[in-house]
Design a protein around this ligand. Structure first.
Ligand code: HEM
Ligand SMILES: *[C@@H]1O[C@H](CO)[C@@H](O)[C@H](O)[C@H]1NC(C)=O
Ligand SMILES: *[C@@H]1O[C@H](CO)[C@@H](O)[C@H](O)[C@H]1NC(C)=O
Length: 316
């Protein structure tokens, strides 16, 4: 355990260093706000921690929010924009189901505007809040470069690029590949499903046939959940608020909730990765944090390609 921890510290440092190098080239850096808003990180962390002490289930919402933000239009807080009379935003897509935690981002933004007006972008707040939520829930601690600018576009039709829960492993590998992730990184990122729940509407299609990739007792559990209606929640693993490797153990027991979860174990190409993470949580944590840093850099906007919003829900 001590050795695993030691290794994870070393690797976290490497991620920091490589992130920093990438950052310098790309205009992002680890100490981006050091002169302009030195307490930005701790302000965000305190607000996230306080909110999660009140309601630990929102950690999942913050992690998912960052994923949806980055996979559509890059990590530019496009997910936070409210619809207007001329534009229906990403937020109002059916794929937003159960996206939660918007108020936490608003609270952090408000406090940062008081301390250093017009400085800290909403995109950076989402990235840091997601990172803090992972740590709060017992996951790895890692550093992410800052300096993302906020985007001005948020369109409901762009959300078709989000992965559907009915995708199989080859489709997931292809879709994540379009964002520069390999199969192992895709499996590691899917481990975010160690947090939170899915609603019946996201998996009920699995219950109409006998599925050889689903444990028969687990099938009964899912049916029971769905007997309470389409919005009834099913935790992805037995510990919905703890960031751990039990999600992978659930897949090994054929008790994954979504088709897109169970396919990772059912498919030869990704099964070994699931087994590895199921056996070795430290390895999962390392791969997850590296993949999250990489995700946090997707199509980042800089300079005049973006702005620092005054209010995360509206373009300036
Ligand atoms: C591999 C492709 C993925 C698919 C198909 C997928 C799909 C889904 C679906 C359908 C739900 C449940 C929504 C609902 O029924 O309310 C969900 C929840 C969630 N997803 Fe994913 N997801 C994927 C990858 C990711 C990634 C990469 C992350 C983050 C790094 C993530 C984080 C989450 C979290 C934390 C929840 C729980 C939300 C909550 O409890 O509020 N997912 N996902
Ligand atoms: C999600 O989208 C639905 C419409 O599909 C909308 O009614 C709802 O307010 C949205 N939820 C959030 C949290 O934005
Ligand atoms: C995955 O889905 C695609 C598209 O539906 C299909 O062509 C392919 O055969 C599927 N792969 C597997 C392994 O089931």
């Amino acid at each position: 355990m001590a050795l695993a921890y030691f290794l994870s510290v070393i690797l976290a440092m490497e991620v920091m260093v490589s992130g920093y190098r990438f950052g310098e080239a790309g205009g992002l850096s680890m100490n981006y706000y050091i002169m302009t808003c030195p307490f930005a990180e701790s302000v965000i962390k305190d607000i996230v921690n306080r909110a999660l002490q009140d309601d630990p289930t929102v950690a999942a919402g913050l992690v998912r929010m960052h994923f949806h933000d980055c996979f559509i239009e890059g990590c530019d807080a496009s997910i936070l924009l409210d619809s207007t009379k001329d534009n229906t935003a990403e937020k109002d897509s059916p794929a937003n189901l159960s996206l939660r935690g918007y108020e936490i981002i608003d609270d952090a933004k408000e406090e940062l505007e008081r301390q250093c007006p017009g400085v800290v972008s909403c995109a950076d707040i989402v990235a840091m809040a997601s990172r803090d939520a992972v740590f709060f829930a017992g996951g790895p601690v890692y550093d992410i470069p800052q300096g993302r600018k906020d985007g001005r576009r948020s369109k409901i039709q762009d959300t078709i690029n989000l992965p559907s829960p009915s995708l199989n492993a080859s489709e997931l590998i292809r879709l994540f590949g379009q964002h520069g992730f390999n199969a192992q990184e895709m499996v590691a990122l899917s481990g975010a499903h160690t947090l939170g729940v899915a609603r019946c509407s996201s998996f009920k299609s699995r219950l109409t046939n006998v599925d050889p990739n689903m444990d028969s007792n687990f099938a009964k559990t899912l049916s029971k959940t769905c007997s309470a209606g389409d919005t009834a929640e099913q935790p992805f693993d037995p510990t919905r608020n703890s960031f751990d490797n039990l999600y992978y153990n659930a897949l090994q027991r054929k008790s994954g909730v979504l088709i897109s979860d169970q396919t990772l174990f059912a498919t030869q190409r990704t099964r070994g990765i699931v087994n590895g993470y199921g056996l070795n949580q430290a390895m999962f944590f390392l791969d997850f944090q590296q993949a999250m840093v990489k995700m946090s850099l997707l199509d980042v906007k800089e300079g005049s390609n973006g702005e620092v919003r005054n209010n995360c829900r509206k373009i300036n």
